[in-house]
Design a protein. Structure first.
Length: 236
């Protein structure tokens, strides 16, 4: 991949060293900040390509850093935290985080999520019209979905659900976001709608719908379409 700049925001020296080593080995350039104030300053000066943000900072909560960043930047943000409750995950994702990794975590997982976030951001910036995931291809411009080259017929709401997931491929999309976008605000708590439609979509795109490999469930949070295949036009 090209040398993307990662900004690590964490007050623990050991964590920063661990992250720097893994990211640099993978080809990233790295900047570090040990608190929220320094992070916001570096974000404006260095134009990071991705931010790895811890929530437990000494001067302000990481969620405040995220909120301030989102006031002027669309840079991908992956949140790190020991807080694993679903309500917290949903709140951060709704407030603009691209992904959420619970400590302790493996470097391979973090790098996979970082690449997925970068690819999604690059697709959104370039307006890439086709998302390919294994045998699945979603042509967002033509509104055509194929599996192994054969066209799959979807209802309008099934397509809209798959379209939103494809636009955020590699990242979790919350129940509330999907419900609001597809059915409107009065249905924010009707998660059974999503279960029904996800089941129908899996029957059409998955080899084994009971053990899905492409359209995954994030328990209590939402759904994730796995990261698309790298192409020459986006970071690998």
């Amino acid at each position: 991949m090209s040398e993307a700049l990662a900004l690590i925001v964490d007050d623990e020296v050991q964590i920063r060293r661990f992250l720097r080593a893994g990211l640099e080995l993978d080809g990233f350039l790295v900047e570090e900040a040990e608190n929220g104030t320094e992070a916001l300053k570096l974000a404006t000066l260095k134009a990071a390509d991705i931010v790895i943000l811890d929530l437990g900072l000494p001067d302000m909560d990481g969620s405040e850093v995220l909120e301030r960043l989102r006031g002027w930047s669309t840079v991908p943000v992956i949140v790190l935290s020991v807080r694993s409750n679903e309500t917290e995950k949903v709140r951060l994702l709704e407030n603009g985080a691209d992904d959420y990794v619970v400590k302790p975590f493996g470097m391979a997982e973090l790098l996979a999520r970082a690449h997925a976030a970068l690819r999604r951001y690059a697709r959104a910036s370039a307006g890439e019209p086709v998302v390919k995931i294994g045998p699945l291809a979603i042509d967002l411009a033509a509104r055509i979905v194929t599996v192994e080259g054969a066209r799959i017929m979807l209802t309008p709401k099934e397509y809209r659900l798959l379209q939103i997931l494809a636009q955020h491929a590699g990242n979790v999309v919350t129940h509330q976001f999907l419900l609001k976008e597809i059915w409107g605000s009065p249905h924010l708590h009707d998660t059974h709608y999503l279960r029904i439609f996800v089941r129908k979509i899996r029957q059409k795109i998955e080899t084994n719908p009971t053990q899905p490999r492409m359209l995954l469930t994030e328990l209590g949070v939402g759904y994730r379409l796995v990261a698309p295949e790298p192409s020459n036009s986006v970071p690998a």
